[in-house]
Design a protein around this ligand. Structure first.
Ligand code: B12
Ligand code: SF4
Length: 541
């Protein structure tokens, strides 16, 4: 049940008993502790609720801006001050496997030292650092569930009927597992939260939304695959946001922050390891460009110069090239000439004109998320990329004057990697270096963190790597080894190459060192081989 039910005595009325549901009208948004990334999710949610239900009182409290020792006391203060009857918790991220220093050091290095090091001292170092990471991971989970419990009981001092609802990126990925660690009665939301919150403030039923209530309902089968509610997005009213958020200026004081602006939702692709396409849905919904520009202008006038288009993909497919062009033409015409922007961009969906616009409007950072330089593997991973077009588009981008850093994401050993496909990836990478300049191309070596509800998870079941019912949130070393995807027979080889790279390098140039070691050991395939996908492989894929 989402609402407070007041049953009116039927004798007072001419007709039978009926129930009037009163919606929540004091919403406190609590962004759970997180590295300081602008909390665009709660900003958009509160903006939406203000537009559809202006009578509702709202307040934003961001634990991302609070020092850890003060978390509990600051939460108490925020609740005592605002006295909410609905606690809207937003949880951004849980998985922290990354090739860079994360909250617990360099998780990839720790894990690889523990799993693959032959030197016992290194193995021990990996184990100790891994233990630190393990402890901080479980402590964070426990702490967040404590914050939710504590917040709820504090709010009930003022409103005994107060409820908690939780959503955000981390919740969308792990909605099934989080039901085991959060308090009964908490509403767990999957994906976009606008329509659910709208229902909660309007006192409507919530069963048909993408959510479930711990202890009362079970998540429906395939809940995550349900389509999000269609919502037409308008420019965020930042004057209103400032009025409900005491620490609003935190992200505006330091000019280095990239402030999120969403230009569309959804991704039509099927990349085997990716869950965005399920969270946001396959149907791409474009936000009206005038509204996007209006929002950027509001932020610009407040001094913002760095924007992150937070779309799952800024140009999800060829048919959205015109939308990207329209948006960037309007950015250009708006006179915001000194801005920088970044986004996830599929480099196969560019045209020379779009490249020119990207450079002219201040695209300052470019990530090429191809995962592998072998066309054969890219197809097997269902990524739908044509690597030849990516190269051509990169040439166009360079010709348009792009001279900034390019990060190329490689995840080795996802599906059917062989030494030959590694040699192809090296060839592809060297070609990108030839286009942009070796000093401008940074290979970012990732290993995929396996996520639930993906094709890769199915593949792991079918190949007996994981068993149904495994816990995707587990960091127990034997499960974590499988989730930090690097299966044998090549797993130990990559483990050893990475260890060698960390030994040679002080950590700043890890990706380049890995590429160099791989080339020293395996050599380089001819580029044509990397770009070709043999038919027999496609049939088997
Ligand atoms: C853009 C993005 C980034 C950008 C952010 C740039 C910026 N300045 O904002 C960058 C590249 C920096 C980034 C980094 C990371 N990211 Co990221 N990122 C995304 C992405 C693609 C979009 C997030 C976003 O802003 N969306 C737009 C806003 C409006 O949506 P939102 O915040 O999710 O909020 C909506 C809903 O979640 C919901 N909602 C939110 N809160 C609540 C609360 C309630 C009660 C309800 C009902 C609903 C609700 O409603 C909101 C409005 O519709 C998502 C994937 C995705 N498609 O969602 C991953 C995602 C959030 N990232 C993720 C991760 C893990 C990371 C990293 C930790 C990766 C890493 N290992 O280093 C880092 C964090 C770095 C750091 N410093 O800590 C994960 C988090 C889940 C998890 N696996 O743990 C996601 C979900 C991707 C994934 N599937 O794994 N990321
Ligand atoms: S294109 Fe990007 S967002 Fe879309 S499914 Fe593939 S990896 Fe995910």
């Amino acid at each position: 049940m989402s609402t407070i039910d007041y049953t009116v005595n039927s004798q007072d009325l001419d007709h039978n008993m009926f129930a009037v549901s009163i919606g929540s009208d004091r919403l406190l948004y609590i962004r759970l502790p997180c590295n300081p990334i602008f909390p665009i999710g709660v900003v958009y949610l509160s903006d939406h609720i203000h537009k559809v239900a202006p009578h509702v009182q709202q307040n934003i409290f961001d634990l991302g801006t609070v020092p850890p020792l003060d978390f509990y006391a600051a939460l108490d203060r925020a609740i005592d001050k605002f006295q909410p009857n609905l606690l809207v918790f937003s949880w951004r991220d849980i998985q922290i496997y990354a090739p860079v220093g994360g909250r617990g050091g360099n998780p990839l290095q720790n894990a690889f030292e523990f799993y693959y090091a032959k030197n016992p001292f290194k193995k021990l170092r990996g184990a100790l650092n891994g233990l630190r990471l393990f402890t901080s991971y479980y402590t964070e989970l426990w702490r967040n569930s404590q914050l939710i419990k504590r917040g709820l009981s504090r709010a009930r001092r003022y409103h005994p009927e107060a409820r908690a609802v939780i959503g955000g990126g981390a919740v969308s990925v792990f909605y099934e597992q989080l039901g085991n660690i959060l308090p009964k009665g908490t509403i767990i939301s999957v994906g976009e939260g606008e329509s659910l919150l709208e229902r909660l403030v309007q006192g409507r039923e919530i069963e048909s939304d993408r959510c479930y209530v711990i202890g009362e309902t079970k998540p429906r089968a395939r809940l995550i695959h349900e389509q999000p509610a269609p919502i037409e997005k308008s420019a965020c009213d930042y004057d209103y946001i400032e009025s409900i958020w005491e620490d609003f200026n935190y992200y505006f004081r330091d000019r280095d922050f990239y402030i999120g602006v969403q230009t569309k939702r959804g991704c039509p692709h099927n990349c085997c390891y990716c869950i965005y396409t399920v969270i946001e849905g396959k149907q791409v919904r474009i936000n009206p460009t005038d509204e996007v520009i209006k929002e950027m202008r509001i932020l610009y006038d407040r001094g913002v110069r760095n924007f992150w288009f937070t779309d799952a993909q800024f140009i999800p497919a060829k048919k959205f090239i015109d939308d990207a062009i329209e948006l960037l033409e309007k950015v250009k015409a708006s006179g915001m000439t000194d801005i920088h922007w970044a986004a996830y961009i599929r480099a196969d969906n560019l045209t020379p004109y779009l490249c020119q616009l990207m450079v002219e409007t201040g695209m300052s950072y470019f990530e090429i998320g191809i995962t592998s330089g072998s066309q054969e593997l890219v197809r097997k991973m269902r990524m739908g990329y044509n690597l030849k077009s990516v190269l051509q588009n990169c040439r166009d981008l360079r010709a348009a004057g792009f001279n900034e850093l390019v990060s190329v994401n490689y995840s080795f050993n996802v599906i059917d990697e062989t030494l030959e496909t590694v040699r192809q990836t090296i060839a592809y990478h060297r070609e990108l270096e030839a286009i942009f300049g070796a000093d401008k191309v940074e290979p970012a070596i990732f290993f995929i963190g396996l996520q639930p509800h993906t094709h890769l998870e199915d593949y792991a079941f079918k190949n007996n790597i994981l068993k149904e019912g495994y816990n995707p949130m587990s960091m127990m070393p034997w499960t974590a080894k499988k989730l930090l995807w690097n299966p044998e027979p090549l797993g130990s080889f990559f483990g050893e190459v990475c260890l060698e790279a960390w030994k040679r390098d002080d950590g700043d140039d890890f990706g380049r060192t890995v590429m160099n070691i791989l080339e020293e050991r395996l050599g380089r395939a001819p580029l044509e081989e990397a770009l070709a996908a043999p038919m027999k492989e496609l049939i088997n894929a």
